[in-house]
Design a protein. Structure first.
Ligand code: HEC
Ligand code: HEC
Length: 269
C-alpha cells in the first residue's frame, strides 16, 4: 500500500514536467513576433498530442490567401518523416521540460537544415517558437510569439481547405488538390526540374498559359498519372523527379563522366 502511494506521488511529480501543455490552439501575436520575410496577416496553430506523437497543424494567411501545413513528430527522439513544401523532410524532436526542440533536414539539390525550439511560458499562456533555416551557408531566423486561445478559435483550421480549382483562376488538371497541397506540388515541380517558378510562369501571372513549358507540364502531369495507373495500380511510383532528377531535360542515356576533362583534352590537340 505504502509502495503504491509512493509510486503515485512520484508519477504526479513527474507528469507535469513530461507533458507541458503545448497542446491547444495558438494564435501569433504579430507585433511581438519577428518574421524572416514579409509578415503574414495572421498565423494560427493547433497542437495535438497522442502518446509520444505531437501533431502540429498550422495556417498562415498572407496576401496569397491561406497556406496550411500539417506535421507529426515523435517526441522520444525517433526519426519522423514529413513533408516541407512538397519535399521529403526528416526530423528528430525532443521534449525537455517546457521546451521542445526539433531538428530537420529537407531533401533536395540544395538541402536545407531547419532547427526549431518551442518554449512555453511558466503560466502556459505564451509559446515562443524560434526557427532557423540554413541553406547554402545562409541562415534565416524567425521568432513567432503565440498566445493561447480558446479551443473554438481553432475551428477555421479544422474546416476543409478550399480546393485548387476553387482557389485559383486557371487550374485544369490538379483541381481537386487542397490549395496548400497544390502550392507544395509547384515547389516539387521546381525542385524536380531544378528550375524556378518562371520556367513555367510569367512572373506575377501564374494563371496565364503563355509559356509553352506550362503547357508541356500539363501534358506531363497527365502522362505521369497514366503511367502510374497502367503500371503501378495507381500508386504514385513514377513522378516528375523519377525522370527529371533536377534537370529540365532528362537524359535517355548516361552522360560522359568528366565533360571538363574531355574539353581540356580536345582543346589541347
Ligand atoms: C514545370 C512547370 C511548373 C513550374 C516549375 C511551376 N509551375 Fe505553377 N503551374 C504549372 C501548371 C502546369 C499549372 C496549371 C495546373 C493545372 O492546370 O492543373 C500551374 C499553376 C499554378 C498556379 C495557379 C494559377 C491560377 O490562378 O490558375 C499557381 C499559383 C502556381 N502555379 C504557382 C507556382 C509557383 C509559386 C511556382 C514556383 C514555386 C510554380 N508554380 C512552379 C506548372 C509549373
Ligand atoms: C517518364 C519520364 C518523365 C516524367 C515522369 C516526367 N517527364 Fe517531363 N520530360 C521528360 C522528357 C524526356 C522531356 C524532354 C523532352 C525533350 O527533350 O524535348 C521532358 C520535358 C519536360 C518539360 C519541358 C522542358 C523544356 O525545357 O522544354 C517540362 C516543363 C516537364 N518535362 C515537366 C514535367 C513535370 C512537371 C513532370 C511531373 C508531373 C514531368 N515532367 C515528368 C520525361 C519525363
Amino acid at each position: 500500500m505504502q509502495l503504491r502511494f509512493g509510486v503515485l506521488l512520484f508519477a504526479a511529480c513527474l507528469l507535469p514536467a513530461q507533458t507541458p501543455e503545448f497542446t491547444g490552439v495558438w494564435k501569433a501575436d504579430l507585433a511581438k513576433s519577428k518574421f524572416a520575410g514579409p509578415p503574414p496577416s495572421s498565423e494560427l496553430m493547433i497542437v495535438d498530442k497522442q502518446g509520444a506523437i505531437l501533431k502540429i497543424t498550422s495556417g498562415v494567411t498572407d496576401h496569397h490567401g491561406e497556406y496550411r501545413s500539417s506535421v507529426a513528430y515523435n517526441t522520444t527522439g525517433t526519426e519522423s518523416k514529413n513533408e516541407y513544401h512538397g519535399l521529403p523532410m526528416k526530423s528528430r524532436a525532443r521534449l525537455d521540460g517546457d521546451a521542445l526542440s526539433i531538428s530537420s533536414q529537407v531533401a533536395g539539390e540544395r538541402p536545407t537544415a531547419i532547427s526549431e525550439s518551442y518554449k512555453l511560458s511558466s503560466d502556459g499562456k505564451t509559446l515562443e517558437v524560434q526557427s532557423t533555416a540554413s541553406m547554402n551557408g545562409k541562415e534565416r531566423t524567425q521568432t513567432v510569439v503565440f498566445e493561447r486561445q480558446p479551443d473554438a478559435a481553432g475551428d477555421p483550421l479544422r474546416q476543409p481547405e478550399q480546393t485548387a480549382g476553387e482557389h485559383f483562376k486557371n487550374v485544369q488538371i490538379l483541381k481537386d488538390l487542397p490549395a496548400s497541397r497544390f502550392i507544395d506540388t509547384m515547389h516539387y515541380f521546381s525542385a524536380s526540374l531544378g528550375a524556378k517558378c518562371e520556367k513555367c510562369h510569367i512572373e506575377g501571372h501564374f494563371d496565364s498559359d503563355d509559356k509553352k513549358e506550362k503547357k508541356a507540364a500539363r501534358e506531363m502531369i497527365k502522362m505521369v498519372a497514366s503511367i502510374d495507373q497502367q503500371n503501378f495500380k495507381g500508386h504514385p511510383k513514377v513522378q516528375c523527379y523519377t525522370c527529371h532528377r533536377g534537370a529540365e531535360k532528362p537524359l535517355a542515356a548516361p552522360a560522359f563522366a568528366m565533360p571538363g576533362a574531355e574539353t581540356a583534352s580536345v582543346a589541347a590537340k
